[in-house]
Design a protein around this ligand. Sequence first.
Ligand SMILES: [Zn+2]
Ligand SMILES: [Zn+2]
Length: 338
Amino acid sequence: MKNRKRLRETIAKASPAVLAAASLFTPSPARSQLLPGSMDVHWNEGASDCAASSQPPLQVHSYNSTTFILRENPCATAEAPFMYLLIGSTKALLIDTGDVSDAKKMPLAETVLGLLSRPDHSQLPLLIVHTHGHLDHRLGDSQFAHLSEVQIVGTDLAHVRQYFGFSDWPNGLAQVDLGDRTIDVIPTPGHYPSHVSYYDRQTALFFSGDFFLPGHLIIDDAKADLASANRVADFIRNRPAAYVLGGHIELNSDGEMLPLGSQYHPREHVLQLTKQDLLALPAVVSSFNGFYSTNGIFVLYSQTRILLALAFAFIVFLTAIGILLRRVIRRRKQRLPH
Ligand SMILES: [Zn+2]
Ligand SMILES: [Zn+2]
């Protein structure tokens, strides 16, 4: 109590300049308040007979009035990826462009521009970035390629490093300023060499791409992935996280994997994961045996190593067939009369 009284007296005596300087370090309630949003959404499940399905190719969920989650229908692409549109006061940010380039099949650019249209018909500049360069996250780029007021950041490591200004990749953070809305960019290689995740300070949403999602954690560089998991845990530990949103849903609500390539996703697991899940990720990745393993609801595997193992098994199989055939031919020759 005494201390508080002394503090009040000190503040009362302080000059306006000192008070102004102090206010820079004291977040105002308005500034520190997070914008809430809703994840109350049922994602269209695709269909067992897509030809008979009337679901739209693209589903849009308004998380709040300036944050949109877009999802490509499983019937349009079995990958059924998620994309995120964040609107600031001077710029909008689209994270990923999905798996379909043909605008007639997937009205992505039309839908995004519609969400960005202003009453005076002017268009807010749009910056398109990606979580990573796998095709199911960037095939929609072509729909925006010739539009004015749209900038697309390339997905290879050189472009990602250069655009965001990462001088010590994969260390350090970058920021994107959308006008009264700052997005942090966090290097998360492991699934893909130039993978990045995004954190929106306004909503405390964390966008984790394929680095972290309810389903397969495909890890092609285990050492880099573990370092990314630790980097992200360090980042989020002292920050709020409303939801962690990835690039796909690959589980049903019982935590079982949906069949690979399925265009029908009945009873899907929710998209959102939690801050606790993200903080537990280093332990999950540490348990990875480098080939194929499971941990809780996650299945971790190395696509490269599994493909190499399959190629090796195929070569062994062919060699065995060759040896067998040679023996059969030799025996037949031995039986033939000379
Ligand atoms: Zn991927
Ligand atoms: Zn993906």
